[in-house]
Ligand binder design. Structure first.
Ligand SMILES: Cc1cc2nc3c(=O)[nH]c(=O)nc-3n(C[C@H](O)[C@H](O)[C@H](O)COP(=O)(O)OP(=O)(O)OC[C@H]3O[C@@H](n4cnc5c(N)ncnc54)[C@H](O)[C@@H]3O)c2cc1C
Length: 261
């Protein structure tokens, strides 16, 4: 049996971001006799909600002073958060446990998910995500590693036994699926998984508020913190109001005065 590979840090990849079609926006503005309007930001993710908000009152001709940042800030203040739904990002998150994804997928509104399938993918070579508080304690680490190894060994034996049990199933892919979907029941929450996540700015703000909070579980907070760091670079007007807080255990949380816009 190969040695169990352990993971201690999640990886967050930003693989997609909002993209404004400037030509089409210009055509709309010309068609409505407001050809001179221009946002003062070049960031699509910030322009799209501004345009969406201005369409509500057709307030392009006499924009309030302060530009995009002030406009977005006002939207947060008055909780006109639906205009934030127009900016959407795509993330690939890896090096995370099934416990993490179970918590993540509870976030429904404004989120889309595609996760690695334990019915199709062979988990006999899976990695495992170890919590720091266990990894830092040699005795607990041994207990945890032994349990994980035992589960993985049981999985391998079960897949093999089940494939024999389903030997009469001609389709090889189906046979494997039948074996893996039953054998996975012994895999622990710590099993590493990968998930593709698409979410809009409003949903992301709510997720970060709940999951980057000091009360959130450590692993999901670490992912939420990475996502917030990325989003603060991507769209500072929308995500710049979060403040980082250093916690006594060396990790970080974030807070915002603008709860659930
Ligand atoms: C610290 C912490 C501890 C937790 N502990 C537990 C636990 O012990 N057990 C447990 O089961 N869960 C637990 N949860 C998960 C929690 O109950 C939520 O399922 C999760 O945080 C998603 O939040 P949400 O429903 O607000 O988000 P989303 O599903 O993204 O929804 C966003 C918002 O849309 C609205 N909305 C979405 N769906 C509906 C709907 N069907 N009807 C009406 N309004 C809707 C609500 O206003 C909601 O807040 C915990 C969460 C946190 C942050």
């Amino acid at each position: 049996m190969k040695s169990v590979k352990l993971i201690h840090r999640p990886s967050v990849y930003l693989v997609g971001r909002p993209s404004l079609d400037e030509g089409e926006l210009a055509r709309f503005l010309r068609d409505h006799d407001i050809p001179d309007w221009k946002s003062d930001t070049s960031i699509s993710a910030e322009i799209l909600p501004e345009v969406a908000g201005r369409v509500c009152y057709m307030s392009f001709a006499k924009p309030r002073p302060g530009g995009n940042q002030a406009y977005i800030s006002r939207i947060r203040e008055v909780k006109h958060g639906s205009v934030f739904e127009h900016s959407v990002w795509n993330f690939l998150i890896t090096g995370v446990s099934r416990s993490f994804t179970h918590e993540l997928v509870r976030h429904r509104a404004g989120f889309g998910y595609s996760q690695l399938s334990q019915r199709y993918v062979d988990e006999s070579v899976a990695d495992f995500v170890e919590p720091d508080c266990i990894a830092n304690d040699p005795e607990l680490h041994e207990v945890w590693q032994g349990a994980v190894r035992q589960a993985q060994e049981a999985y391998v034996k079960l897949v093999s036994g089940l494939q024999e049990k389903f030997a009469s199933v001609e389709d090889k892919t189906l046979r494997r699926k039948l074996a893996r979907q039953a054998a996975r029941s012994v895999l622990p929450n710590a099993t590493e998984t990968k998930i593709f996540v698409t979410a809009n700015a409003r949903a992301l703000r709510h997720f970060i508020e709940l999951r980057c909070s000091e009360h959130a579980e450590v692993e999901i907070r670490a992912v939420a913190a990475q996502m917030l760091e990325i989003l603060q670079r991507e769209a500072p007007s929308i995500f710049g109001d979060y403040e980082w807080v250093d916690l006594s255990d060396g990790t970080r949380a974030a807070t915002t005065p603008h709860s659930k816009v």
